[in-house]
Design a protein around this ligand. Structure first.
Ligand code: SF4
Length: 73
């Protein structure tokens, strides 16, 4: 199963990921950055197995992030 990987530290809080895929993202009221819901955090990298039903939009989100900090592997 592919995984979505978010380098959260580098997030600039533009909100595009949340606007495109609110099922997977929230904007933190605490620090203004995006949070990948239900992700496991390893060494400050947020990782979530990507269900098939979210993959097509997920790949669009990867392309749309202006600082290129979301990957799918
Ligand atoms: S699109 Fe990228 S920079 Fe913008 S809020 Fe989401 S992760 Fe952060």
């Amino acid at each position: 199963m592919p995984k979505i990987i978010h380098y959260r530290d580098k997030c600039i809080g533009c909100g595009v990921c949340f606007e495109m895929q609110p099922e997977l993202w929230r904007m933190s009221k605490k620090d203004g950055k995006a949070t990948l819901l239900h992700a496991v955090v390893k060494k400050n990298i947020h990782i979530l197995p990507l269900n098939n039903s979210f993959e097509i939009t997920g790949r669009e989100v990867v392309k749309a992030c202006p600082v290129n900090i979301i990957k799918i592997q």
